[in-house]
Write a protein that binds this ligand. Structure first.
Ligand code: ADQ
Length: 489
């Protein structure tokens, strides 16, 4: 008789992030619409399917009533998501305040808020208290759903206090923490009033991961300089306890993009786009509308290119797709106005009655439309002022195997360390340099394009999000085993 092969059960993984991969919109007292959220963390983690994973996070909506909480919990359970309910005041202080107004700019080298420095100092403590309170609420939910043997993987700067809270609940819990943004130089981190408390909380994790070796090194330096701890080849040591610190560069689910290109709806989109922009080279920017993405710098560089290369004006178009985020934060509202103003000015300057040089959209595109755009692009422009990794550059490369377009990539994106050999690296602050790189990319001979593309395509298709997650979790398992051996010795 035929013997059925038994697969071992998948390892249970609790993925904890500020936001769930879906956002909830209330349709009635007990009815909810769930929409996939846009962002790098979600894109990467959706590619992780070798585990029995459950997500724990905030659904991006205030649900004060019990009926709403019950029905939303039920709707989310179908997507293997478990909500953390945060009230409006906590969201305001923790998410808009401490996370988005303090940690996010600081970790991207934009410093602590300048304009309202006095206000910030005054509000700082209450925002930090809300941050800790929110992290404790996440810990309560994790603890409620935790089963012995689970691996708990905490994500990003929103949850730096979580490892400590979890270990206080259960010192045997296997806890990893991964940062999706850069970790700045210790000279920047030390300006943060709560610098020590945050570092100590993260060190409660068993494994701490970053996108690049440089970020990991900055973290270890912060621990040695600010906390006076010992850096070891493996991480950081505090009173005999070693927290392993390492680089785990993220990737994408490249097959998903490559397969999508064959689908009829994507092929139709590709055909439409080719017809629409026939006779013109297509340049593309896809970003969340965030100051770290350097969108004004990118558009100004494109303007400089048009200014200096009159013969290209009717032969190239820049498509900038910028999905709005954090729309409640005044700095983000200002950025939107600034970008609109620059785009309007350039289109007024170089447009004709029938064409404009820049098409700017303030919205997200669905996956198929995005794949089609990537596939028809001649030159992708990623000009982040700082970026943990930047997955848009990976997605572009995955969709370019027939066209072999050029990637212009900021040297301040983590991706520069993996795609640097195939891309044209630029300093996005140097608009003259970026403009010159646009010219170089548009005129690049086919054999050079092919060589550069092949290098990057090989990287993107071998260093996937699946591999990233498996490496992190297996390293976390090894770290625990090594720690147990050390205790026994
Ligand atoms: P993000 O800052 O969100 O991620 P990125 O890595 O480029 O940046 O990912 C953006 C994701 O959102 C991509 O999957 C992209 O396709 C999607 N996206 C962006 N604009 C879109 C639009 N207009 N329409 C549709 N989709 C859009 C954070 C860090 C990064 C890090 C990731 C993962 O800031 O540095 O690479 O997490 O760790």
């Amino acid at each position: 008789c035929e013997r059925k092969e038994r697969r071992p059960p998948k390892q249970r993984l609790l993925l904890v992030a500020n936001r769930l991969p879906v956002s909830a919109v209330r349709r009635g007292e007990d009815s909810w619409a769930l929409e996939i959220s846009v962002g790098g963390l979600v894109s990467a983690l959706l590619g992780v399917n070798e585990f029995e994973a459950r997500w724990i996070g905030w659904a991006g909506v205030n649900v004060p009533d019990e009926i709403g909480q019950r029905t939303l919990t039920r709707a989310l359970a179908e997507k293997r998501c478990i909500p953390v309910f945060l009230d409006e005041e906590v969201v305001h202080q923790y998410y808009n305040g401490y996370c988005n107004n303090i940690l996010w700019p600081l970790f991207h080298y934009l410093g602590l808020p300048q304009e309202d420095r006095l206000d910030t100092t005054r509000n700082f403590q209450s925002q930090f208290d809300a941050y800790k309170k929110a992290n404790q609420m996440f810990a309560d939910v994790v603890n409620e759903h935790y089963q012995e043997g689970d691996t708990v993987w905490c994500h990003d700067y929103h949850l730096m206090f979580l490892p400590k809270c979890l270990k206080e609940y259960n010192s045997k819990m296997k806890v990893g923490w991964f940062l999706h943004t850069p970790f700045p130089s210790s000279e920047i981190h030390r300006t943060l009033p709560s610098r020590s408390e945050l570092l100590r909380s993260v060190l409660a994790a068993d494994l701490v991961g970053f996108h690049t070796y440089d970020y990991a090194r900055h973290f270890v330096s912060a621990c040695t300089r600010i906390l006076g701890l010992e850096g070891t080849p493996d991480g950081v040591e505090d009173q005999g306890k070693i927290t392993r610190v390492a680089a785990f560069p993220i990737g994408i689910d490249s097959d998903r993009f490559i397969r999508a290109l064959e689908l009829p709806q994507v092929q139709d989109h590709i055909k439409e786009l080719k017809e629409r922009f026939a006779g013109r080279k297509v340049m593309l920017g896809v970003d969340r509308l965030d100051m770290i993405k350097g969108i004004p710098q990118k558009i100004l560089a494109f303007e400089k290119f048009l200014e200096e290369n009159g013969d290209w004006r009717d032969k190239v178009v820049l498509l900038q797709i910028a999905v709005p985020t954090r729309t409640d934060v005044p700095d983000y509202q200002k950025l939107t106005c600034q970008v609109h103003e620059i785009v309007g000015r350039i289109n007024g300057r170089f447009g004709t009655l029938t064409t404009v040089p820049i098409h700017h959209l303030d919205r997200s595109l669905d996956f198929y439309a995005l794949c089609a755009l990537y596939a028809v692009t001649d030159v992708a422009l990623v000009t982040s002022l700082r970026d943990g990794m930047n997955l848009v550059s990976y997605e572009f490369v995955a969709c370019q195997d027939s066209k072999k377009g050029v990637l212009i990539l900021s040297e301040f994106a983590g991706a520069a360390q993996s795609l640097g050999a195939g891309a044209i690296l630029v300093n996005p602050w140097n608009i003259t340099e970026v403009a010159a790189s646009i010219g170089y990319a548009l005129n690049m001979p086919a054999d050079e394009r092919e060589k550069r593309h092949n290098h990057n395509f090989m990287h993107v298709t071998t260093h996937t999000s699946q591999e990233w997650a498996e490496t992190f979790v297996s390293e976390l398992n090894d770290t625990i085993v090594e720690a147990q051996l050390r205790i026994r010795q």
